[in-house]
Structures are given as structure tokens and as C-alpha cells.
Design a protein around this ligand. Structure first.
Ligand code: UDP
Length: 323
């Protein structure tokens, strides 16, 4: 298929592009390189440097290439930043995304696979979280993603487009070529591995008084290659609707740090600090709908396998892409 990937120079977009190309699809990347990296653009893809907030640019791109489908990754994705600068999130993640949806209608592109998030659920009542859980985001980031889900659902009913919402849990790990390089970095695994690389004195643990067995927060860490594979299932299957992408297993912050110590051989000092505002104690996906409808299950769910892949990438790119 002929696929337009927005945000293909970012972390999840770059790995999904790599797998799409490996599977024989044709890919055009549309990315403004604001947070993505030129070095993460797969050389086999066509690259358009453009911004979704530039309505003409995305209309022209879709008009010219007439893709069979869009995969939409381009977005801001930092919870803390969204609490300080909500306007940035509504502008980019909602207004920019609306331009994309309108350009799809104009070009007759039927399908969109949208990078959504478990942050649309907020503080869930029960885990594992199913797609039926109520969506009550606790920050502008989650709200912006939910708003675009709802807009796309109306476009489905009115214009007949086919949206798939993939609600990611904690994306992590790397391929041999592409990995995680955010600035600023806020995610647990890359921050722990920075300590192992000698780039920080200790990892800060954000609270050990949660209602969990060891007191630290539990998350469902999902390998980036598994996430990318789910996008290809969503593209190739005749499906619409929402799917949680996780392993169904949770790991605490202390368990992740222990896995990093085992794999790196570094003692990785840790210190407990105050809770980070807005962190739910436990977020674990129910992967059952994705399994039954998409035919997808995580193949690399072992936290050691995930950390090993990330560690290899960070050792080869100790300063990220711009080394
Ligand atoms: N975390 C931590 N120290 C850090 C970064 C993260 O203790 O320096 C914890 C955070 O409180 C959460 C978990 O690690 O419970 C995963 O956080 P991350 O930011 O990677 O992903 P999130 O679950 O917030 O999307």
C-alpha cells in the first residue's frame, strides 16, 4: 500500500516506517523535524519536510500522493509540558490533526491509523484496562488525543473514513537502527540507561508510597517493534475502532531499574523523591481486543528483551542521533 506517515522522523513513527518498508509498503514521511530527527528518516522513504499546521502543505502532500492510508504520529507527547502550555497541544494535536483529516477527505484517502494513548483514560477504575473504560483525561495531552479520536469518529459517520485508534501504553525499546531520543527526556527506561552510561548520578524514583506491592508505580511496557507491528495489522485488516496496545503485564519502577542493573552490569544508584503529579498507580492494558480483532499480540513482552534492545541502541548513540 501507499502510506503517508506523519511524524515518521519521531520515535514510534521511525520504527513503524522501517517495518512498513520491510513489509513492502511504499512510505512518504511528512514531518516538520521539530522534535523528530533527520537521521531517523528511513532512506527508503520519500521525505516531505512540512508542518500539519500549514494547511496548504498537507493538502498538497495528500493531493499529490493520493495515499491508500495515513498513519498519524506527529504530535506533542509530554504530559508535564501540556500542563504548562495547553495551547501548544490543542494547536498541534487538534488543529494540525484536523487539517490532516480534511486533507484526507479532499484527497479521497479512506483510512487513518491514529497514534492515541492510554492517557485518554485518565485514572482508570480497574486494571487491566479495556477499550470500554470511560475516557476522562487528566491533562491537555490526553484531552487533545481524545478530541481527535472523537473528531475522526464523526468523520467516519459523516464522511465514511475508516479510523483506527491505537491507544499505546508505555512504548520502549529500539531496533538496531532507530531508538528513543527525546529532548527533554522524561521516560523511565532511557533515563535509567543514562545513569548506566555515566550521564547522570542517580535515577529519581517518583514516589514509593503507592498502593502497589513495592510501593512504586506499575506500567505496561510495550516493545516498539510490537507497537509497529500492530500498526501494520491495523493497516492491512479491514477494521475500525479502538485498540489498547500493551502486553497485559505490569512492571514496577523498581522492577525496571533492577532489569536495567542486570543487563548493564552497572549499579545504577536510585533515590526516592516526591511523587510526580498526575501519575496513576497502575496502568495495564487488556490486550484481548487487539488479539481477537487485529490478530496481534506482543511478541517481545519480556522486560529484559526490551531493556536489552534499548541498551544496545543507547550504547551506540550515547548522545542520541546528533552524536
Ligand atoms: N518515573 C520515575 N522516574 C523518572 C521517570 C519516570 O520514577 O525519572 C516513573 C513514573 O513516575 C512512572 C513510570 O516511571 O510511574 C513511567 O514513567 P514514564 O515517564 O516513562 O511514562 P508514563 O507512564 O508517565 O507515560
Amino acid at each position: 500500500m501507499n502510506v503517508l506517515v506523519t511524524g515518521g522522523a519521531g520515535y514510534i513513527g521511525s520504527v513503524t516506517t522501517e517495518l512498513l518498508l520491510d513489509a513492502g509498503h511504499r512510505v512518504t514521511i511528512f514531518d516538520n523535524l521539530g522534535r523528530g530527527h533527520r537521521e531517523a528518516v528511513d532512506p527508503r522513504a520519500t521525505f516531505i519536510e512540512g508542518d500539519l499546521c500549514d494547511r496548504d502543505a498537507i493538502f498538497t502532500a495528500l493531493h499529490d500522493m493520493r495515499p491508500d492510508a495515513v498513519m498519524h504520529f506527529a504530535a506533542f507527547a509530554l504530559v508535564g509540558e501540556s500542563m504548562e502550555h495547553p495551547q501548544m497541544y490543542f494547536q498541534n494535536n487538534v488543529v494540525g490533526a484536523l487539517n490532516l483529516a480534511d486533507a484526507m477527505i479532499a484527497a479521497g484517502t479512506p483510512k487513518i491509523v491514529f497514534s492515541s494513548t492510554c492517557a485518554t483514560y485518565g485514572q482508570p477504575d480497574v486494571v487491566p484496562i479495556t477499550e470500554q473504560e470511560k475516557q476522562l483525561p487528566q491533562n491537555p495531552y490526553g484531552e487533545s488525543k481524545l478530541m481527535f479520536e472523537k473528531m475522526l469518529d464523526w468523520y467516519r459517520q459523516i464522511h465514511g473514513i475508516q479510523p483506527v485508534f491505537l491507544r499505546y501504553f508505555n512504548a520502549c525499546g529500539a531496533t538496531a537502527r532507530y531508538g528513543e531520543d527525546h529532548d527533554p527526556e522524561t521516560h523511565l527506561i532511557p533515563l535509567v540507561l543514562r545513569v548506566a552510561l555515566g550521564q547522570g548520578p542517580a535515577i529519581k524514583i517518583f514516589g514509593d508510597d503507592y498502593d502497589t506491592p513495592d510501593g512504586t508505580c506499575i506500567r505496561d511496557y510495550i516493545h516498539i517493534v510490537d507497537l509497529a507491528a500492530a500498526h501494520i495489522c491495523a493497516l492491512e485488516k479491514d477494521v475500525v475502532g479502538s485498540f489498547n496496545l500493551g502486553t497485559g503485564q505490569g512492571h514496577s519502577v523498581l522492577e525496571v531499574i533492577a532489569a536495567c542493573r542486570r543487563i548493564t552490569g552497572h549499579p545504577i544508584p536510585a533515590e526516592v523523591v516526591a511523587r510526580r503529579p498526575g501519575d496513576p498507580a497502575r496502568l495495564i492494558a487488556s490486550p484481548e481486543k487487539a488479539a481477537s480483532v487485529l490478530g496481534w499480540r506482543a511478541q517481545h513482552a519480556d522486560i529484559a528483551v526490551i531493556v536489552e534492545s534499548a541498551w544496545r541502541w543507547h550504547q551506540e548513540h550515547p548522545q542520541g542521533y546528533h552524536a
